[in-house]
Write a protein that binds this ligand. Structure first.
Ligand code: GBH
Length: 456
């Protein structure tokens, strides 16, 4: 099973999950510092204060990536390192860190894929409403330009946002993520302002000459329980409408505006029921539809739903009235997420039909398991089989004609898994947080062979 010649193999991380050094070199506070330091939000009271100490160990970490033969490394820039208060002149010491990282990567012949926003909003902007405030979109574009100004001579691949659905609906809807707000109207507004920020930043970066622009979304096929194990199962009318509505809320809400310049009707209806559509101004959709080159897909598991009359909307899903969220008949990871590899090919085939004219990349895929170190090794056979199963499906998507350019595993390192803290390990490299010792797991060694072979 060999992939196209220029297929890009790599791994991904995010700033708050690995960097630590939260008070260093003028970094300001982010909403995740505030949130993780407030009791009850994160498992075991964990915070990103130290994380993987990557801020100090980045050179060794790049060396590790080189040994694993990664061709690409996707990381995010911490906005509060660049603008401690969320606006104004860029902090040169913050920019210098990413400058050093990029130079190291290039020296190791690893292409940097920069994500500008992976959830660590400057706290100062949250004080003014965060993503519920339209101005945050403008601040984001200004910040994006400052980062591009410093790294644009060497970085070709630019992603604006990571998973705006999560920022809006877990951050402002069910409150499981920072800033911990629970208000469906705020969540709908945040989603639109994230999109506006994406569009304004994309237009700025384009003007400045960015060669390759992408948006990264969390997406998943939305299936009925019967469809999970039987792709040919045909749901009844009510179930089909439920899956299409949830698909619109999860994926269409972000990709229809960006690619087609319009919102799905189901999303407009959700907005009308939750505070109205007044925050969507004339001209916004033109900005949001600024052309991009690629859609990044973070896929973990399908979303399983069925029609359930009388069910109130889930807090993370405004507009999901009369829909029941279900488990799947499949084995699960340590997150409790079902393992459904063919969800990846089913998703990619659908999206490449719905959104022609852009390429795709799997920008995250991976799994948490309860890894143990034994005699200096981690035999994570469950992760190897998760990754192998999903790579087969990525290959199937390529064969089916999807313009899929690469695959990045989540994650390079075990790291701060948001509300789960350090209790969930997603890395292909084990991190002992007490000593910061890194041990490549069997999955990392297996992945290196996949890369060398360009396939399975
Ligand atoms: C990614 O998001 C992140 O980009 C990354 O930072 C993170 O570490 C990694 O995945 C692993 O979690 O059914 O309403 O509860 C995770 C994407 C989206 C997956 C929300 C779980 C549950 C939605 N997540 N989804 S709901």
């Amino acid at each position: 099973m060999i992939f196209p010649e220029d297929f890009v193999w790599g791994a991904a991380t995010a700033s708050y999950q690995i960097e630590g050094a939260v008070k260093e070199d003028g970094r300001g506070q982010s909403i995740w510092d505030t949130f993780s330091h407030s009791p009850g939000n994160v498992a075991n009271g964990d915070t990103g204060d130290m994380a993987c100490d990557h801020y100090h160990r980045y050179a060794d970490d790049v060396e590790l990536m080189r040994e694993l033969r990664l061709a690409a490394y996707r990381f995010s820039v911490a906005w509060p390192r660049i603008q401690p208060d969320g606006s104004g002149p860029a902090n040169p010491r913050g920019l210098a860190f990413y400058d050093r990282l990029v130079d190291r990567l290039l020296a190791a012949e690893i292409s940097p894929y920069v994500t500008l926003y992976h959830w660590d909003l400057p706290q100062a902007l949250q004080e003014r409403g965060g993503w519920t405030d339209r101005d945050t979109a403008h601040r984001f574009a200004e910040y994006a330009a400052a980062v591009y100004d410093r790294l644009g001579d060497r970085v070709r691949h630019w992603a604006t946002l990571n998973e705006p659905w999560v920022s809006a609906f877990l951050g402002y809807g069910n409150g499981v993520h920072a800033p911990g707000r629970r208000d469906p109207g705020e969540a709908m507004r945040a989603a639109h302002h994230l999109l506006l920020g994406h569009g304004l930043a994309a237009a700025r970066l384009r003007e400045l000459g960015a060669p390759h622009l992408m948006l990264v979304v969390n997406s998943a096929p939305v299936l009925t329980p019967a469809q999970v194990n039987d792709p040919s199962a045909t749901p009844g009318e009510a179930d089909a409408a439920a899956t299409e509505r949830v698909h619109a809320l999860l994926t269409g809400q972000f990709l229809d505006p960006v690619i087609h310049g319009r919102y799905p009707e189901q999303v407009l209806e959700a907005a009308r029921r939750n505070g109205g559509t007044g925050h969507i101004h004339d001209g916004d959709l033109e900005i949001i539809a600024t052309p991009i080159d690629q859609i990044g897909i973070n896929y973990y598991n399908p979303c399983v739903v069925e029609a359930s009359p009388g069910q109130p909307a889930d807090a993370a899903w405004p507009g999901s009235e009369d829909v029941g969220f279900r488990g799947a008949d499949a084995p699960t990871t340590a997150m409790g997420w079902p393992i459904v590899p063919d969800g990846l090919s089913r998703l990619l085939v659908r999206l490449s039909g719905d959104y022609p004219g852009v390429s795709f990349m799997v920008t995250e895929n991976g799994a948490a398991f309860d890894d143990v170190v034994e005699n200096g090794r981690v035999h994570d056979t469950d992760r190897v089989s998760y990754l192998e199963g999903h790579l087969r499906e990525a290959h199937r998507a390529v064969e089916a004609g999807v313009d899929l350019r690469g695959y990045l595993v989540w994650s390079l390192l075990d790291n701060f898994e948001w509300a789960e803290g350090y209790s969930r390990r997603f890395g292909i490299v084990h991190v002992d947080y007490a000593t910061q010792v890194r041990v490549p797991k069997d999955s990392a060694l297996w992945f290196r062979d996949v890369i060398v072979r360009n396939g399975l």
